[in-house]
Design a protein around this ligand. Structure first.
Ligand SMILES: Nc1nc2c(c(=O)[nH]1)N[C@H]1C(S)=C(S)[C@@H](COP(=O)(O)O)O[C@H]1N2
Ligand SMILES: [Mo]
Length: 237
């Protein structure tokens, strides 16, 4: 057990080191083209190494109810007051791309899937983290319902506020990767991703897309809002 803790910690710190390297890459727009290319190459290499060492059976740490952070910090690329107010009744989640059948799911459809609860830590690359409780269907169950191509390499998530991110298939199908509908046993608050957000505790905060409106199964790596500004794409912990 102690050994598992230790290895998780070293994986975590290596993930943060990769994050720091990615940050330097992000600042590299001011550098001459050659340096920028080298740093982008290092970041791509980091992504490949992280993907290669990702263990789909390794679970992110689970916390106790008394460890929940209150209040949990808000983070989006705009201040909290500007978070979209998505109408939960007319909202649909499209599941498209390399799927056997395209789906357009409402909240009740999503609530009909098996519900999975987790008390996990969300870690923002900006230097804060918080423990929260999220619940909802597994992304893998939703992908299966759409008959997602099992060989397709990526899943792209698009949000109501124009944000987007993309993840690799093994991470998308990880047991703790859920489409959270609830936060602290209540429907997600508006600014924290209502009506549905990705909760993926094996990755940094910016992969945890809020207000998701579209899920695309694809072989094309779509990058993301922060990823395209230099944050490491794989972003594993
Ligand atoms: N739609 C959307 N999702 C988003 C973001 C965003 O700006 N828009 N920010 C990301 C970042 S950087 C973090 S750290 C987490 C923060 O989630 P929280 O506000 O629930 O703490 O949401 C992520 N998901
Ligand atoms: Mo973040």
């Amino acid at each position: 057990m102690a050994q598992l803790d230790l290895s998780r910690r070293s994986v975590l710190s290596s993930g943060l080191a990769v994050g720091a390297a990615a940050l330097i890459g992000g600042g590299a727009t001011a550098l001459p083209g050659g340096r920028r290319d080298i740093l982008a190459g290092v970041s791509r290499w980091n992504d490949r190494v992280q993907a290669a060492i990702f263990d789909p059976d390794q679970l992110a740490p689970i916390y106790k109810a008394r460890e929940i952070t209150s209040p949990i910090p808000f983070n989006s690329f705009y201040p909290e007051g500007l978070a979209p107010a998505v109408d939960p009744v007319s909202w649909r989640l499209e599941v498209a791309g390399k799927v056997g059948r395209q789906l357009s799911l409402g909240l009740l459809d999503l609530r009909a899937f098996d519900h999975h609860e987790q008390i996990t830590r969300l870690i923002c690359i900006e230097g804060w983290s918080a423990v929260g409780k999220w619940a909802g269907p597994r992304l893998s169950d939703v992908l299966d319902a759409a008959g997602a191509d099992p060989a397709a390499r990526f899943v792209t998530l698009t949000c109501a506020d124009g944000y987007w991110t993309s993840i690799d298939r093994p991470s998308a199908r990880h047991a703790q990767t859920i489409l959270a509908l609830d936060f602290l046993d209540r429907p997600l608050p508006r600014a924290f991703g209502a009506p549905a957000r990705l909760r993926i505790p094996t990755k940094l905060g910016f992969k945890n897309a809020k207000h998701v409106v579209r899920i695309e199964v694809t072989d094309l790596r779509a990058g993301g809002y922060w990823e395209n500004q230099g944050y490491g794409w794989f972003a594993g912990l």
